[in-house]
Structures are given as structure tokens and as C-alpha cells.
Design a protein around this ligand. Structure first.
Ligand SMILES: Cc1ncc(COP(=O)(O)O)c(C=O)c1O
Length: 384
């Protein structure tokens, strides 16, 4: 039995996507900047892919800048805005952003930028009022993610965008975890980041949406591809793969049902807590904590049962650092250490009972050897 429940880390490339990518690799292998027929074929594929993505988003083709993925898109957004708007030296972001935003902000602080990291509430929702209060004449950009990669919380991007629009401040959102899953709405978003490998396209390809009229500079010098914003030969097979992956069915309603069934089953285990919002949450995410046990041990035990999940901050979970996202939403240390993230895909369907039983069995084994005993009478009910 093999059940992959780590779709926020990465997804399996869809078979149709892989076929299309292979075709471009082998038959349309030209450099899209070359002027001969082989180059023109690649250029045509690139054009078609850009058109499809623009149609999907409802934007103009000139607003898409292909990159190597989410990390680069976030860097380009923040550093590119900073470079083109030297008179503004203040950035607002949230404490639960992905490291590709947080570390970029920290790096910009070294260059003299002031960055405000806005707190979130116990559900992981950012405080809009605090954003509004912090905006000043000096503010360049507000960067708040669409969907959090650990707890799946959906941020009020529409409202944040409205505030930014009124204040004439750029609004960037890291849409890596939400794109194709949760509607973003373009109205008040100036820039958003996307990564192909989160929705069944290959790794190493993504894009930054940049609203026409945005003052932004390139952060890499070179041949001036992508409207002078991202130099480097375009990854045409990857880009075509990303465009093709827009047609993959997410099976949202089916997966949501599985998610609810598993959540219900897990909450029957004493000392179990769901982290993040139950309402404002992407449909495939379960972030769950078991009191007093080690999440890493549990993950390895589940691995033996063929159930693949992640713990802590999955993108860099080899570091085994305690999750700053769970800390930020006020989760107790004894729950943080016993946290698991399950991000479901088609594998889950029909395997819900096996997953619940495997988790239950292994949690109980770990509880037996844990020095921290969960006392039911101390907690009135399993916290949701
Ligand atoms: C919210 C978020 N932003 C950015 C990234 C980075 O994307 P990439 O792996 O394409 O660089 C990730 C990856 O996990 C993510 O979850």
C-alpha cells in the first residue's frame, strides 16, 4: 500500500502533462529566441502556453513572467519592486509567510528596508486592521500569502487588496498553495507567485503575475527574455507542462469528503487537535497535532505503513525545526512537536479507514513511551 499525502510539498506530474512535456522535449526542442523553424516551433508552444494561462487567469499575456518557480517569483516580486521604487523603503508582510518571502524581507532589512511582520490570530488569519495601521507614505508593498503551506489557512486577500489599492501601495500575494484550488480574484492583486509542481506540472517552472503598469525591475541580467523581466532561455517544456496542468481535475468535492472523514476519525483519538481554521481552509489540508508525542517518529512509522505525510514546515523539514507557523497561532509546545500535515490527493479516496487506523495505531504506540501523558479530564474536549 502506498498513499501519498504530501501534495503541498509537491505533486505527481499528471500523465497527460508528462506526455506533452516529453513531446516538447523531443520534438519542439528549439530555443524560443532562435529565428529558424526549430526555434519558431518552440516559440509557438511558448505563445500557446502563455495564452492558455492568461485565459485561465483572465489577464493579459503580457502580465505573465515565467520563472523557475515559487521561490524565484517571490524574490522577483519583492526585490524587483524594491529596485524600481527606490523612494519607498517599507514592506509589510505576515509572520507565517513561506521562507522565500520571509528570508527575502530579512535580506532587504540589511539593505535598510523596514519590514513589519504582522501577527495572525489562532486560526492563522492575518489581522487586516494592523496592516492598515502600518501603511505609510513610505510603504512599497504588502505581501501576504493566499493559502498557508502548513495549515492551509486562506487569507482575506480581497480585503487586503482593497486596503492597498486605496492607499496606493502594491499588493503581492504568494499564491503557490492556492493557485488552481482557491479562487484568488485579480481585482486588487498587483502581483502573485505561482509554482507548477504544486499542481501536477513539473518542478522548476512557475510564473509571476505582474499587473500591467506595475513599476518593477529585473533582478537578473542577461538576454532580456520575458519582457526584460526574467533573463534566461525559457523552459519551454516546463511552461507547456504548467499550462497543460491547468486542465487536471482537482476532484475537490471527493477529496473534501475524504478530508472530513479522516478529520472526524482522527479527532476520536484522545489528545488530538486540528491546527488552523476549519472554515477558511484549502480543501485538501489536514494539520493535526497529537499531544506529547514526536511528529517525526510518527511520520517515520507511517512511512513503514506506506502512508507518506510531513511534519513541521515541510518544505525544509529536514531541518527539523519547530514550526514557526504553529507557534504563531499559539499552539502549545506539546502539541507542536506532535504535529502532522496531510495534504490529500486522489490517493486518499477509498483509503480513509486505513489511514485513520494506521495513525491511531502508531500514535498509541508512541503514547506508551511518551513521558507526557494526556489527561482527558484536564481538557474538556478535543480542541478543534
Ligand atoms: C507558499 C509557498 N511559497 C513558495 C514556495 C516555493 O516554491 P518552489 O518550490 O517552486 O520554489 C512554496 C513551496 O513549498 C510554498 O509552499
Amino acid at each position: 500500500m502506498e498513499i501519498y499525502l504530501d501534495n503541498s510539498a509537491t505533486t505527481k506530474v499528471d500523465t497527460e502533462v508528462a506526455k506533452k512535456v516529453q513531446e516538447v522535449f523531443v520534438d519542439k526542442y528549439g530555443n524560443a529566441s532562435s529565428l529558424h523553424s526549430v526555434g519558431n516551433e518552440a516559440k509557438e508552444e511558448l505563445k500557446k502556453a502563455r495564452e492558455r494561462i492568461a485565459e485561465f487567469i483572465g489577464c493579459s499575456e503580457s502580465e505573465i513572467v515565467f520563472t523557475s518557480g515559487g521561490t524565484e517569483s517571490n524574490n522577483l516580486a519583492l526585490r524587483g519592486l524594491a529596485k524600481a521604487n527606490l523612494n519607498k523603503k517599507h514592506i509589510i508582510t505576515s509572520v507565517i509567510e513561506h521562507p522565500s518571502v520571509l528570508e527575502t524581507c530579512r535580506d532587504l532589512e540589511k539593505d535598510g528596508y523596514k519590514v513589519d511582520y504582522i501577527e495572525v490570530n489562532s486560526e492563522g488569519i492575518v489581522d487586516i486592521k494592523k496592516i492598515e495601521e502600518k501603511i505609510s507614505e513610505n510603504t512599497l508593498v504588502v505581501s501576504v500569502m493566499h493559502v498557508n503551506n502548513e495549515i492551509g489557512t486562506i487569507q482575506p486577500v480581497k480585503e487586503i487588496g482593497e486596503i492597498c489599492k486605496k492607499a496606493k501601495v502594491y499588493f503581492h500575494t504568494d499564491a503557490v498553495q492556492g493557485f488552481t484550488k482557491v479562487d484568488l480574484g485579480l481585482k486588487n492583486v498587483d502581483l502573485f507567485s505561482v509554482s507548477g509542481h504544486k499542481f501536477h506540472a513539473p518542478k522548476g517552472v512557475g510564473f509571476l503575475y505582474v499587473k500591467n503598469g506595475t513599476k518593477i525591475s529585473a533582478i537578473m541580467t542577461g538576454g532580456g527574455q520575458e519582457n526584460e523581466l526574467r533573463s534566461g532561455t525559457e523552459n519551454v517544456p516546463g511552461i507547456v507542462g504548467l499550462a497543460t496542468a491547468l486542465d487536471v481535475d482537482n476532484n475537490e468535492n471527493v477529496i473534501k469528503k475524504s478530508r472530513d472523514k479522516i478529520t472526524e476519525g482522527l479527532l476520536k483519538i484522545p489528545g488530538t487537535k486540528i491546527n488552523g481554521s476549519l472554515e477558511n481552509r484549502v480543501y485538501h489540508n489536514i494539520n493535526v497535532s497529537f499531544y506529547g508525542i514526536e511528529g517525526e517518529s510518527l511520520m517515520l512509522m507511517l512511512n513503514k505503513d506506506g502512508v507518506y505525510v510531513s511534519t513541521g514546515s515541510a518544505c525544509a523539514s529536514t531541518k527539523l525545526k519547530e514550526s514557526y507557523v504553529l507557534k504563531a497561532i499559539g499552539v502549545d509546545d506539546l502539541y507542536i512537536h506532535g504535529s502532522l500535515r496531510l495534504t490529500l490527493g486522489n490517493d486518499v479516496v477509498g483509503n480513509e479507514d486505513y489511514i485513520i487506523e494506521s495513525i491511531k495505531k502508531n500514535v498509541n504506540k508512541l503514547k506508551e513511551i511518551s513521558p507526557f501523558k494526556f489527561e482527558e479530564d484536564k481538557e474538556v474536549e478535543n480542541e478543534k
